[in-house]
Design a protein around this ligand. Structure first.
Ligand SMILES: Cc1ncc(COP(=O)(O)O)c(C=O)c1O
Length: 415
C-alpha cells in the first residue's frame, strides 16, 4: 500500500468508528452568541457553550485595547527565542507579577513565560525528568503532560483517577533515582478537581516533585481567582505550578511558577523554552491587563456570575451545586442514560456513552441553535463520549435556561 492509500484507509477507519474530527469556522470574535460558517458558507448565529473563555476576557475592551497598544509599542513579534534576544521587559514584568500571585504558596517563587501551555508542560516535565526518573501520571491528565513524559524518556506509571492511595502504593514501590507526580488540577474533560492536598503530602513524604497543571483553575478558583493552590491553601517548594493564559485570561500563552532554582534549571535545560521564539510582547501586555481585571474587583463580579450559572445549570438537573474534589460524589443520572459529572467548575460534562450518540446529540443541539462539542476517544475513554458544556461569566441566565430546556427536551425524546 502506498502512503496515500494507507492514509485514506486510516481515515476511513476513523469514519467507521465515528471518530473523524472536523473544525467549525467561527466568524468574528469569540462570544457566547457566536457566528459560525455552515458548509454552504452562509453565516449562522448560534448560542455557544464550548469555549474556555470563562470570564469573557477574550473580547473584553480593555484587554483588546492592551493588545493593540502593545503591538504599537513593541511590534508584532518578539524576533527571537528568549535566550537570544526575545525576552522583553513586558515578559519580565508579567513573570514577576505572576510569581507574586503564587508567592503565598511557593517559597522564593519565580516564574517563566511560555508561548502556549502545551509548550510549558513539555518544558517542565522534560527538564525535571529523564531516563532515571519515574513519572506518576494521573489517569485523566492532559495530552501535553503525557507528551512531556515521552519527551523526557522517563518511565510513566499511571495512577487511577483521584486515587491517592494507589499513587502511594506506586511511590512506595519505586526504586527510580527521581520521582515526579504530575496532575491536572481541574480535569479538562471531567471538570472535577484533583485531591491536591493529599498529592502534596505524598510528594513531601516521598521526596518527589509535584507538577500541577492549573489550565482550568487559574482565574476561576481560589480567593481572588489566584487558582488551585490558593483554593486549597497549599504551600511547598516541591510544587511546580503551570497556568495557561488562553482560557480564563482570554489571551494565550502560559506561565510556570516554582522555586527559583527550578526556574533557573528550566532556563538552562528546557528545550521547548530554549528553542522556540518568545511569544509576542504584545500578548504579554494584553495578559497584564487581563490580570488587572481577573484578579481584581471586576474578576470577583465575573466569578460570582460564573458560579451562579454553574449552580443554575446543575440545579436544573437536580444535581448539587458544589462538590469540592474528586471524592465529592458520583455522577448524577439525569435521564436517557445520560450522566452529569460531579463538577463544581465551568466544565459541566454530560456523558452519553457511544460516539454516534454523542455526535447525534451535538447535531440535534445545533439544529436548535446551540453549539456544544461532542468529545470522543482518544480525548476521553472508550464508551464515555460526552457533551462538554462550558459556561462563561458572560453567558446570561436566560441563555443557560435555554440550554437546559433544550437538553431536557432532547433527553425526554431519547428516553
Ligand atoms: C489541562 C490543560 N493543560 C494544558 C493545555 C494546553 O494549553 P494551551 O492551549 O495554552 O497550549 C490545555 C488546553 O489546551 C489544557 O486543557
Amino acid at each position: 500500500m502506498n502512503g496515500f492509500a494507507d492514509l485514506r484507509a486510516r481515515l476511513a477507519a476513523l469514519d467507521q468508528r465515528w471518530l473523524r474530527r472536523t473544525r467549525r469556522v467561527v466568524e468574528g470574535g469569540w462570544t457566547p452568541a457566536a457566528r459560525i460558517v455552515e458548509s454552504d458558507a452562509t453565516g449562522r448565529d448560534v448560542l455557544a457553550f464550548c469555549s474556555n473563555d470563562y470570564l469573557g476576557l477574550a473580547t473584553h475592551t480593555a484587554v483588546v485595547e492592551a493588545l493593540a497598544a502593545g503591538a504599537r509599542r513593541f511590534g508584532a513579534g518578539s524576533g527571537a527565542s528568549p535566550l537570544i534576544s526575545g525576552h522583553n521587559a513586558v515578559h519580565r514584568d508579567l513573570e514577576i507579577r505572576f510569581a507574586e500571585t503564587q508567592s503565598p504558596h511557593i517559597p522564593t517563587a519565580r516564574a517563566l513565560h511560555f508561548g502556549t501551555g502545551y509548550l510549558a508542560n513539555l518544558a517542565v516535565i522534560s527538564a525535571l525528568a529523564d531516563r532515571e526518573t519515574e513519572v506518576f501520571s494521573e489517569e485523566l491528565n492532559h495530552a501535553s503532560l503525557i507528551d512531556g513524559i515521552r519527551l523526557a524518556y522517563a518511565r510513566r506509571r499511571v495512577y487511577p483517577h483521584g486515587n491517592a492511595e494507589a499513587l502511594e502504593a506506586m511511590l512506595q514501590d519505586s526504586t527510580a533515582r527521581r520521582q515526579v507526580i504530575v496532575t491536572d488540577a481541574v480535569f479538562s474533560m471531567d471538570g472535577d478537581l484533583a485531591p491536591l492536598p493529599r498529592l502534596l503530602a505524598l510528594a513531601e513524604r516521598h521526596d518527589a516533585w509535584l507538577v500541577i497543571d492549573d489550565a482550568h483553575g487559574f482565574g476561576v478558583l481560589g480567593p481572588g481567582g489566584r487558582g488551585s493552590l490558593a483554593h486549597f491553601g497549599l504551600h511547598s517548594d516541591r510544587i511546580v505550578y503551570m497556568a495557561t493564559l488562553g482560557k480564563a485570561m482570554g489571551v494565550g500563552g502560559a506561565l510556570v511558577c516554582a522555586h527559583e532554582d527550578v526556574i533557573e534549571w528550566l532556563i538552562q535545560r528546557a528545550r521547548p523554552y530554549i528553542y522556540s521564539t518568545a511569544a509576542p510582547p504584545a500578548l504579554a501586555a494584553a495578559v497584564a491587563t487581563a490580570f488587572d481585571i481577573a484578579l481584581g474587583a471586576e474578576g470577583e463580579r465575573l466569578r460570582t456570575a460564573l458560579h451562579t450559572h454553574i449552580g443554575r445549570l446543575r440545579a436544573a438537573f437536580g444535581a448539587p451545586a458544589a462538590i469540592e474534589d474528586a471524592d465529592g460524589g458520583g455522577p448524577e443520572r439525569v435521564g436517557a442514560g445520560w450522566r452529569l459529572l460531579p463538577s463544581s467548575t465551568p466544565i459541566q460534562p454530560i456523558v452519553v456513552g457511544g460516539n454516534d450518540a454523542a455526535l447525534a446529540l451535538a447535531a440535534a443541539l445545533l439544529d436548535r441553535g446551540i453549539w456544544v462539542p461532542a468529545i470522543r476517544p482518544p480525548t476521553v475513554a472508550e464508551g464515555t463520549a460526552r457533551l462538554r458544556v462550558t459556561l462563561s461569566a458572560v453567558h446570561t441566565a436566560e441563555q443557560v435556561d435555554r440550554l437546559t430546556a433544550v437538553l431536557k427536551e432532547l433527553m425526554t425524546r431519547s428516553e
